[in-house]
Design a protein around this ligand. Structure first.
Ligand code: F6P
Length: 366
């Protein structure tokens, strides 16, 4: 019997379970393959005792529409930066990758399928360079991974953000208020732009275009006083002012290397007030709501396509590669192409022209 190990790493994302189920169902069509899952990314392999669970058809029955991941996830640590505490209580990290590769051998693992975002796929590439038979499956609601047209989970996040905007519009109109709604997207404004277009926002601030508060104020004032009597603004968590920095906190969580974002919308409303916008303003941070709940049908289908292709790549021994959506095909691309350079919104992207064509202010004179 051959064994493929599946794991989910980084932030969770609607559609992870649909990928896992698709891998298991496709593998079941081969007589000699067993699928096992490592709990919390590679932690399940690294822990003593290991936490590896058999994923058979029974284990994945009916999970295609469930959010989250049945094998859990983590965005801390990993085989190259395993957190350890010294005698003085200080934390540092050690490289346990060689030990992990030996453990995988002992567990009889023939191939690994790593479902994760940029950080996880960097780990995949490093392990591939150390000789591991590994395949990547891209996931992120932010859609900021290169070498694929899009990732599953992203559509669901846009849908959740759009539904929230639809709700804010009615309360904003009833109370004659300006609403700022913050969405995820630490480096990329894809969720914000798509939700702003779908939800009919007046302003959309994204990390790629530093905003000028005067431009934002002018737009909201004009929409408020001359036009519809309320204002709607979508703000990416990674948005930053022209003369300022990204709004973040350093996390105190052990092994968590990401910057902790969230709350920039409060800052934008404060700046608007200081700049002299005299209307009632309220803000909402959608946060992790965008990562929870059931995936849209589109994301379930994309996730299923990724899962089936990932297992077929195992059969074809296409290691060191990542599954990718290149419309209309699902293909294999080198992991190297996917990591390093994020998929950001560029000014020449059609989505920017569309936003401008709809008279949505991007907070800058562009
Ligand atoms: O990478 C996806 C993402 O959803 C970002 O948009 C967000 O900043 C981050 O994850 C937050 O992750 P967590 O709170 O799980 O660390």
């Amino acid at each position: 019997m051959k064994r493929a190990l599946v794991l989910t790493g980084g932030g969770d994302c609607p559609g992870l379970n649909a990928v896992i189920r698709a891998i298991v169902k496709r593998a079941a069509q081969e007589k000699d393959w067993e699928i096992v899952g490592s709990i919390q990314a590679f932690n399940g392999v690294l822990w003593e005792p290991t936490q590896i669970k058999v994923l058979d058809q029974q284990a994945v029955r009916g999970i295609h529409y469930q959010g989250g991941t049945i094998i859990e996830t983590t965005n801390k640590g990993g085989p190259f930066a395993w957190p350890i505490k010294d005698n003085d209580g200080n934390w540092s990290t050690v490289d346990r990758s060689d030990e992990m590769l030996r453990k995988l051998q002992l567990l009889g693992i023939d191939a690994v399928i790593n479902i994760g975002g940029d950080g996880s796929q960097k780990i995949s590439q490093q392990l591939f360079e150390k000789g591991l038979n590994i395949i990547g499956v891209p996931k992120t609601i932010d859609n900021d991974l290169s070498a694929t047209d899009s990732t599953f989970g992203y559509q669901t996040a846009v849908e959740i953000a759009t539904e929230a905007l639809d709700k804010l519009v009615t309360t904003a109109a009833s109370h004659n208020r300006v609403f700022g709604m913050e969405v995820m997207g630490r480096y990329a404004g894809w969720i914000a732009l798509n939700a702003a277009i779908a939800g009919g926002a007046d302003v959309c601030l994204i990390p790629e275009i530093p905003y000028d508060i005067e431009v934002v104020k002018e737009k909201l004032e004009s929409r408020f006083y001359k036009d519809r009597g309320f204002g709607i603004m979508v703000v990416s968590e990674g948005a930053r002012p022209k003369k300022g920095k990204m709004h973040f906190e350093k996390s105190s969580e052990v092994g968590y290397e990401n910057l902790k974002l969230g709350g920039v919308v409060h800052q934008v409303l404060r700046e608007l007030k200081d700049a002299g916008l005299k209307v009632d303003m309220r803000d909402v941070i959608l946060g992790h709501l965008q990562r929870g709940g059931i995936p849209t049908a589109y994301d379930r289908v994309l996730a299923a396509q990724f899962g089936v292709k990932a297992f077929e790549m195992v059969l074809e021994k296409e290691f060191g590669k990542m599954v990718s959506y290149r419309h209309p095909n699902i293909v294999a691309v080198p992991l190297k192409e996917a990591i390093g350079k994020p998929n950001l919104v560029t000014l020449d992207n059609r989505i920017i022209q569309t936003a401008k064509g709809l008279d949505i202010s991007l907070g800058a004179d562009i």
